[in-house]
Design a binder for this molecule. Structure first.
Ligand SMILES: Nc1ncnc2c1ncn2[C@@H]1O[C@H](COP(=O)(O)OP(=O)(O)O)[C@@H](O)[C@H]1O
Ligand SMILES: [Mg+2]
Length: 340
């Protein structure tokens, strides 16, 4: 488990003091992937550097399995830093070394004996599916393969936390899917805590358990992926599963926005509304996608023939969070009335 407590980071520049991180609190349990999302300049890379202690936080703590890394110096720090493995955006491999030599580097630096090193490298190559590339050079690999070598190297010293800063940015969809599949397996097989820093919402939706939104140095939203997606006030949720419904057809009464709150929703729920409860239903927009713990979705429905409150209660009982979508015209009129 990793715990970040009240982390601050500022830089003193010629132009004055720049506060980049303003009190970050974040807990990532073992076996969980937390995505950190946010616009460019939000402080994501700075956070990544402070967690891996490439940079010293101005204040606050970084605890891995209860050990406060930010309080350590010298040998103690070097020893404990091993509990954090980092994957970089450009994989940062040494060009003149083979794949196997790149992966062996952290073990060599630690003085691991040769025979053990050879075994460990073979095991890591197998884990990332690149055994047959052991003697290739980075220049002979695709971007996705280089990234997998980077993951193998990050795993060499058996970290408890894997930190990935934009590791899938710039990769083609197939390579991205491979990397995500690998991270997913590492989370389950090794029980790693994973922090996935990215600006790509598809990536987050596919593998994250939780999402933290970073904005101008602060975490503005944080929660389980499913919670954010089913919370209509959540900005991050809206970006994760965007909803662009078409307008309500004239012969329907009202619009419901419906989110999958749990993973056991009956796939026939729309038919049930109609066949069992006499509603007329128009699908106006939305998406339902496979997620590792069941379908994740947000849809917009036009309804008539069923009282809104009754429909909402029914859906609630089926694991669906429904809210009455406010008609923009009515909302505008209400605003005018309130201000008048
Ligand atoms: N060494 C530094 N000195 C001064 N400002 C910095 C330094 N590193 C980053 N910053 C500033 O911190 C902010 C966040 O940068 P960064 O962490 O790279 O954001 P992100 O990764 O979310 O795009 C930016 O405004 C950037 O200019
Ligand atoms: Mg960055």
């Amino acid at each position: 488990m990793i715990e970040i407590r009240d982390l601050h980071k500022h830089y003193d520049t010629a132009a004055g003091r720049v506060d980049v991180l303003k009190g970050i609190n974040l807990v990532v349990p073992a076996g969980e992937i937390t995505a950190v999302v946010g616009p460019s300049g939000a402080g994501k890379s700075t956070l990544s550097h402070c967690i891996s202690l490439l940079e010293k936080p101005s204040s606050g703590q970084v605890l891995v399995d209860g050990v406060d890394l930010s309080s350590l110096r010298g040998k103690g720090l070097r020893a404990h830093r091993r509990s954090i493995g980092t994957i970089f955006q450009n994989s940062a491999l040494l060009r003149r070394m083979t794949v196997a030599e790149n992966i062996a580097l952290p073990l060599r630096n630690l003085g691991v004996v040769h025979s053990q090193m050879v075994d460990r490298v073979a095991e890591l190559l197998e884990r990332v599916g690149l055994s047959e590339k052991a003697n290739h050079y980075p220049g002979q690999l695709s971007g996705g393969q280089r990234q997998r070598v980077g993951i193998a190297r990050a795993l060499a010293l058996r970290p408890r936390l894997l930190l990935s800063d934009e590791s899938t940015s710039g990769l083609d969809p197939e390579s991205t899917a491979q990397i995500l599949g690998l991270l997913d397996a590492l989370r389950s097989d090794l029980g790693l805590a994973i922090i996935l820093i990215t600006h790509e919402m598809d990536v987050v939706r596919d593998v994250a358990d939780s999402v933290a939104q970073l904005d101008r140095g602060r975490i503005t939203e944080h929660g389980a992926l499913r919670e954010l997606v089913s919370d209509r006030h959540s900005q991050a949720g809206g970006k994760l599963l965007p909803l662009k419904p078409s307008g309500l057809p004239a012969n329907f009464d009202y619009v419901l926005t419906v989110a999958y709150r749990n993973s056991t929703v009956d796939p026939e729920w729309i038919s049930r509304l109609s066949v069992d409860h006499g509603a007329r239903v128009a699908l106006l927009g939305g998406s339902v996608e496979a997620h590792r713990d069941g379908p994740l979705g947000r849809v917009s429905l036009g309804l008539s023939g069923l009282e809104p409150s009754h429909a909402i209660a029914l859906l609630d009982g089926w694991g669906l969070a429904a809210t009455l979508a406010v008609d923009p015209v009515i909302e505008a009129v209400e605003r005018i009335e309130v201000s008048a």
